[in-house]
Design a protein around this ligand. Structure first.
Ligand SMILES: Cc1cc2nc3c(=O)[nH]c(=O)nc-3n(C[C@H](O)[C@H](O)[C@H](O)COP(=O)(O)OP(=O)(O)OC[C@H]3O[C@@H](n4cnc5c(N)ncnc54)[C@H](O)[C@@H]3O)c2cc1C
Length: 389
């Protein structure tokens, strides 16, 4: 896409997004048009559309951000296209989506901003997006979705469960990628989860799921998942993964279940002969939030290239927690636990300018940590994280 097209597309979107509540209103209008003009498409979506609307806006914002970086946009859209096969999406649905998006934007921007040139720019942009997604989906030979049976559910904290799923056939995801998952009690409410283990020939996947208060899906997974439940899983997504350059040392920063994609990579690395040095900082609010220190202790003990430092914001556990105060104290191979806000502690620890950095966890923690590392001199292009949906 040429720079003029990119600029026109971004300017129109920014004009809408800049208004108070503009993004949400645009998403609302878009879905209203889509469901009115193409009622047959409504069946692809869940009854409750609030989370869906947020994700659409975030995905568009992400794609627009990367419009002039085809080397990043192209794989993102290709993955999205492969993942969308699970809905049974056909090329005509992309036309419906493009048409509804333009109509919604036109309503919002008004005729003054929505010129013929702007319309053409959006046609070009939407065509690139649709063609990339359709093309990648058409070429793909893996299943459109995997079936998985829950073989274990373990509650490790009262709001966090480890769930192991046996897939009907192995999936070739890269350690560090994430998958969209649908559970039986929440039809059409797909949510992203990151496997906490590398892909394996037996097709077993482990997920770490935290219950988000007021959420539709995560509380249902943590509380109600039972052995034998049938899950559906989409194609792998995301750009985290072992770097090709195995010489540059790595810094990994995880908070909460953000540990899962980093742990999967560490486990994959433990199977390789040579690895760069890795320093993993694993954070949580309370000491008890560091739910997987035993695995990390074993990994650090067995692999000299790995250093693990736990961090918590508070030294105290919540009143309801009945386990040990310092879960890391009796575990060998771990560095002493530090206290403070994760991004701040990591950035102040030493200079990380020459590291490959991966950050995983809640969006606010990822953004703060990235900001602090960049402020301390780590180049932005050394830092990777998943889209913050
Ligand atoms: C790339 C990626 C990988 C992910 N991997 C995992 C994983 O391995 N394990 C895991 O437990 N979760 C993971 N998530 C988060 C997960 O996909 C869901 O967003 C989360 O479980 C909430 O879903 P829900 O249906 O319960 O809440 P929703 O019904 O979607 O949201 C309800 C409310 O909670 C807010 N909310 C949503 N997510 C959060 C959050 N994380 N913290 C605070 N408020 C939130 C929403 O803004 C909304 O207001 C991942 C997300 C992404 C983008």
């Amino acid at each position: 896409m040429d720079s003029r097209t990119v600029a026109l597309v971004r300017t129109t979107f920014k004009a809408v997004a800049a208004e108070e509540g503009g993004r949400e209103a645009l998403a609302r209008t878009f879905y209203a048009i889509l469901f009115t003009d193409y009622p047959q498409i409504r069946d692809f979506f869940p009854a409750a559309m609030d989370a869906q609307r947020d994700r659409l806006v975030q995905a568009i914002t992400y794609a627009l951000d990367k419009l002039d970086e085809p080397e990043k946009l192209q794989p993102f859209l290709a993955q999205l296209g492969r993942d969308h096969r699970k809905y049974g999406v056909r090329p005509e649905h992309y036309i419906a989506v493009g048409y509804s998006m333009k109509k919604a934007l036109r309503q919002y921007t008004g005729t003054e901003l929505w010129t013929d040139e702007v319309e053409q720019a959006w046609d070009g942009g939407l065509e690139v997006i649709a063609n990339t997604m359709i093309g990648a989906a058409a070429k793909e030979t893996t299943p459109s979705a995997w079936r998985g049976v829950v073989v274990e559910r373990r509650e490790v904290l009262r709001n966090l469960a480890v769930v192991r799923v046996q897939l009907d056939q192995p999936m070739q995801y890269a350690a560090g990628q994430y998958l969209s998952v649908q559970i039986p009690s929440r039809p059409r409410m797909w949510r992203y989860l990151s496997p906490a283990v590398p892909p394996n020939a037996s097709g077993e996947v482990e997920f770490h799921v935290r219950s988000v208060s007021g959420g539709w899906v995560s509380p249902a997974i943590v509380t109600n998942t039972a052995v034998g439940d049938q899950w559906l899983l989409g194609s792998p997504l995301g750009g985290l993964g072992l770097p090709r350059n195995t010489k540059r040392a790595m810094l990994m920063v995880a908070c909460g279940t953000g540990l899962a994609p980093l742990r999967a990579q560490l486990m994959a690395m433990a199977q390789r002969r040579t690895n760069p040095k890795v320093h993993l900082f694993v954070g949580g609010h309370h000491p008890c939030d560091l739910y997987d220190l035993e695995t990390l202790s074993q990994l650090a003990m067995a692999n000299k290239w790995l250093t693990v430092t736990p961090i918590t914001e508070s030294d105290e556990n919540p009143w309801w927690y009945e386990g040990p105060t310092d879960p890391e104290r009796d575990l060998p191979g771990l560095e002493p636990r530090l206290t403070g806000q994760v991004g701040k502690v990591v950035a102040n620890y030493t200079l990380w300018t020459d590291r490959d950095v991966q950050i995983a966890g809640p969006p606010s923690m990822v953004q703060t940590s990235k900001f602090r590392l960049m402020a301390a001199g780590t180049p932005a292009d050394h830092i990777r994280h998943d889209p913050l949906f």
